[in-house]
Design a protein around this ligand. Structure first.
Ligand SMILES: Nc1ncnc2c1ncn2[C@@H]1O[C@H](COP(=O)(O)OP(=O)(O)OP(=O)(O)O)[C@@H](O)[C@H]1O
Length: 250
């Protein structure tokens, strides 16, 4: 069984069709990169995977998106339960106006968990998992806004991890960061792969080729090519993919 599988997915914003007949399978513990020129539907598709587009009026989905074999758009699926399993990290770090500790503990508290020791342990484990613990362990009560942008992004990853998801969706998680923070995020993704399935949207071709096992190339709402990253970057099947990865457009 695939961790995520899209079957004949079409998606519309009003009259505009943003995704055209997407079929894609993501295996457990893989890192999958979504690449393609601006506006080709990468973020739209990523957001469909944990129903983030539900919040936008006038949208319509056709086809099926399965998470661990189950259609996530069925009526009986609880969206908050789904999002615990399929977590998301956004382009800009978006910590809450709370302490470092409370940012990570937030989801646990919202879910009614009261056990102090459990919460403390989860917070520590998540911060360690996001390679941030050593930098913040002495200032857990300080505001999250006192952290650097790169640290804030790792905090957001820790916050997502606290819910013990199995999938992490990342929409250009390093695009707002400096090269050192970007390298840390990439290193982190490499480590997280042992435990998580990761899907990442990136405009950075080197990043896609460094961190991903599989790459999906989107163009004008279509999935043009999907396969092993090495193959996509060395001998893609399509001219359009070749043009994009060699920087001839996009
Ligand atoms: N909320 C929205 N309402 C209407 N159209 C939208 C909305 N969000 C995205 N679109 C359109 O859908 C298409 C795909 O957008 P999407 O953001 O998924 O592309 P993308 O490949 O992620 O782009 P980028 O790399 O620039 O982030 C674009 O034409 C965009 O204008």
């Amino acid at each position: 069984m695939y961790t995520i599988e899209a079957k004949n997915v079409n998606f519309f914003y009003g009259e505009f069709q943003a995704l055209k007949n997407i079929n894609l399978q993501v295996e457990k513990n893989n890192v999958v990169a979504f690449i393609g020129p601006s506006g080709c539907g990468k973020s739209t598709f990523l957001r469909l995977l944990n129903r983030m587009n539900d919040l936008i009026d006038g949208t319509r989905l056709e086809g099926e998106i399965l998470f661990e074999g189950k259609d996530i758009y069925r009526k009986d699926v609880k969206v908050d339960e789904l999002r615990k399993k399929v977590g998301m990290v956004f382009q800009k770090p978006n910590p809450f106006p709370k302490s470092i500790f409370e940012n990570v503990a937030y989801g646990l508290r919202v879910n009614g968990i009261k056990d102090k020791t459990y919460i403390e342990n989860r917070v520590e484990q998540s911060l360690r998992g996001a390679a941030l613990w050593d930098e913040v362990k002495d200032k857990l009560k300080k505001s999250a806004f006192a952290l650097s942008g790169g640290q804030q992004q790792r905090l957001c990853i820790a916050r997502a991890m606290a819910m013990t998801p199995s999938v992490l969706l990342m929409d250009e998680p390093a695009s707002a960061l400096d090269p050192i923070s970007t390298a840390k995020i990439e290193e982190l993704i490499h480590e997280l792969k042992e435990q998580y399935t990761i899907i990442i949207v990136t405009h950075n071709m080197q990043q896609a080729s460094r961190i991903s096992d599989k790459t999906a190339y989107f163009y004008l709402g279509e999935l043009i090519e999907f396969g092993d990253t090495r193959k996509i970057f060395t001998h893609p099947d399509h001219q359009s993919t070749q043009n994009y990865i060699t920087g001839r457009f996009g």
